[in-house]
Design a protein around this ligand. Structure first.
Ligand code: AGP
Length: 615
């Protein structure tokens, strides 16, 4: 979604802001802009569409840009008002001396707007953000102090915001404030940064101060001051970012998505590192802070997540129920938050999120906390808002994921669920020791098997070529791979805009079979040796009888499969229970290659955002 970067210092302001915005663009946006403090003037540049347009605009306006010493930049994902130049940030007050960029949604903007209009403010956009510009300008006229003006203004705002404000009369000073939207300060030498997320600053500094809700930061090139909403100084810790800037490079791959798919073997090794090192030793999951007695007695778990993380949660449910016999509910956060749930203090609530910033999941977690549940967060961003709400935190260590379509973070979430389910089973004594050893052994083998899949993608590419012109797909599976079918279909929808539905294979005949004909390919996930293989096979036969083209994703070596299916995508031998960690990979690749053949914007699909920070 939206992204903010601000800079004060002697560096090349335009290029620092532009690099920062570029490193945030994976989040999804539809317009971009920046405001520069340049020789006593505030100069604003905005463009629609991708950052390249802003780059061209800045290039064109080069003669008028003299020597900027500070600035704020923004990429906007439209919420209030269409994606248009007038709605793009930065926004200004009526006289143009004060500029604001904003992430989030101001819920009471209509009331504030009406009040400000009655005071003579001249509104030009449909955004909620413009209200902030006029409001702070109004307060500045009274307080004559920008920090105070921001403080007085944010007290009047309802909703979510991360804002950066500059004023023509207060050169080279940026005031930032946040509530329910992330914001951090990057500490440099003779220069300071402020941003909505770490990738915006990582190329320049690793020293970071995370702002909390209701905190206000004032940065100049030589100072950073953080206060609370009442103006009291808050002493903040400087934390070191754990990533290298190289994480934001494609390393020779055509797209980040392809690079991230290929990183999965190492990601799994990372997740297992230190937790599963010997098949005879129990899983070391010290991150779970409930004591053994508490875990032994545990009989209710609720997992809350959205999108791909929700699919990982479905696999998690299957594993925890199968291994540990604990009842697990899985629910989309957006549903959980608007109903009366049975969450109570004896429920373990697990929030799953790649970004740790998904608004629906954060709200759900807050609701669970209010009911005194123990909250366990599984996230790729231990520095996120969600992580800060955790009683227990399992960081999935997938490294920064740039492509909007989640891939490696999904596999990392799955592996975390395997570890958690085994850990619970070991505490409960619910699994036979030799079965446990086998599972652990297989988990250790997983990266090598995925490397095998990644080393030969020719069949998948061939399949993509043959099927890229189809408009509808059904992915079927049963049991633990049903979530894989959902996830595979979601990947295809997200990046190729082809209609794909994941369906329980046994449910096909209860409705969707009516749609089947030669225009609707069916992809079946078939893992022999488990309890679902024969059933999915016969469901595939039913589809074949309706002339559907069939694709198999299987570890079976049975040649009869080749006769029944039009294309067979083979993966290495794997037990059914562990197979979701492998079956997801060819489906990610299939979606990738189809989107690539269709010439889609793989890493930044239309309408999507990497962090969905609005409910
Ligand atoms: C995944 O490919 C999607 N971009 C999306 O469904 C995502 O999983 C969802 O928005 C949840 O995000 P989170 O994991 O960061 O909470």
């Amino acid at each position: 979604m939206c992204g903010i970067v601000g800079y004060v210092g002697n560096g090349d302001v335009v290029s620092v802001l532009f690099r920062g915005l570029t490193n945030l663009e994976y989040r999804g946006y539809d317009s971009a802009g920046m405001a520069l403090q340049d020789q006593g003037e505030i100069k604003i540049y905005k463009t629609l569409g991708k950052l390249i347009n802003l780059k061209n605009e800045l290039e064109q306006k080069k003669p008028e840009i003299k020597h900027p010493t500070s600035g704020i930049g923004h990429i906007r994902w439209a919420t209030h008002g269409s994606p248009s130049l007038v709605n793009a940030h930065p926004h200004t007050c009526s006289c143009g001396r004060l500029v604001v960029v904003h992430n989030g949604i101001i819920e009471n903007y209509k009331e504030l707007r009406a009040e400000l209009i009655s005071k003579g403010c001249n509104f030009r956009s449909q955004t909620d953000t413009e209200t902030i510009a006029h409001l702070v300008a109004d307060e500045y006229a009274k307080a004559k102090d920008l920090e105070m003006a921001v403080r007085n203004s944010v007290k009047k705002l309802q909703g979510a915001y991360a804002i950066c404000v500059m004023h023509k009369d207060v050169p080279d000073l940026i005031v930032g404030a946040r509530k329910h939207a992330p914001m951090l300060v990057g500490v440099g030498d003779g220069e300071n940064f402020i941003a909505s997320d770490t990738p915006a600053i990582i190329e320049y500094t690793k020293r970071t101060i995370y702002l909390e809700d209701n905190e206000i930061a004032v940065i100049t090139k030589d100072s950073v001051k953080v206060t609370d909403i009442e103006g009291n100084i808050v002493t903040k810790k400087i934390e070191m970012l754990p990533w290298e800037p190289v994480a934001l490079s494609k390393l020779g791959y055509k797209h980040f998505m392809l690079k991230e798919i290929h990183e999965q073997p190492d990601v799994i090794r990372n997740v297992l590192n230190g937790k599963l090192y010997d098949i005879d030793a129990p899983i070391a999951l010290n991150e779970v802070k409930l004591d053994r007695d508490g875990l032994k007695k545990l009989n209710k778990i609720q997992i809350i997540a959205c999108g791909t993380s929700l699919h990982a949660a479905l696999v998690g449910k299957y594993l925890i129920e199968d291994f540990a016999g604990i009842s697990v509910d899985v629910e989309a956060s957006s549903e959980y938050i608007y109903r009366k749930t049975t969450t109570d203090s004896s429920t373990l609530v697990i929030g799953v999120s790649q970004s740790g910033e998904t608004a629906d999941t954060i709200t759900a977690i807050k609701q669970a906390r209010a009911k005194n549940s123990h909250v366990l967060i599984i996230t790729n961003r231990p520095d996120s808002n969600m992580a800060r709400l955790a009683d227990s935190l399992i960081p999935v260590n997938a490294g920064i994921e740039v492509s909007v379509a989640a891939t490696k973070s999904y596999t990392a979430q799955l592996i975390s669920f395997y570890l958690l389910a085994i850990h619970l089973a070991e505490i409960k004594g619910s699994l036979d020791n030799s079965y446990l050893k086998n599972i652990k052994h297989e988990l250790i083998q997983l990266p090598t098997k995925i490397e095998e899949v990644l080393s030969n993608t020719s069949e998948i590419q061939e399949c993509a070529r043959k099927f890229s012109s189809y408009k509808n797909f059904i992915y079927i599976a049963r049991g633990v791979n049903l979530a894989t079918a959902y996830e595979g279909a979601l990947k295809l929808k997200e990046i190729s805009y082809i209609n794909a539905t994941g369906y329980a294979a046994g449910e096909l005949k209860h409705g969707p079979i009516a749609m089947l004909d030669e225009t609707m390919p069916v992809l079946s996930i078939l893992i022999p040796g488990g309890i679902t293989y024969e059933k999915v096979l016969s469901n595939s036969e039913e589809a074949k009888a309706r002339n559907a083209k069939l694709i198999a994703l299987t570890s079976s070596t049975d040649i009869n499969i080749d006769a029944l299916f039009d294309i067979v995508l083979r993966i290495p031998q794997v037990s059914e229970i562990l197979s979701p960690a492998i079956t997801c990979v060819p489906l990610q690749l299939l979606a990738y290659y189809i989107a690539e053949f269709l010439g889609k914007d793989v890493d930044q699909p239309r309408n999507l955002a990497k962090s969905v920070t609005v409910e």
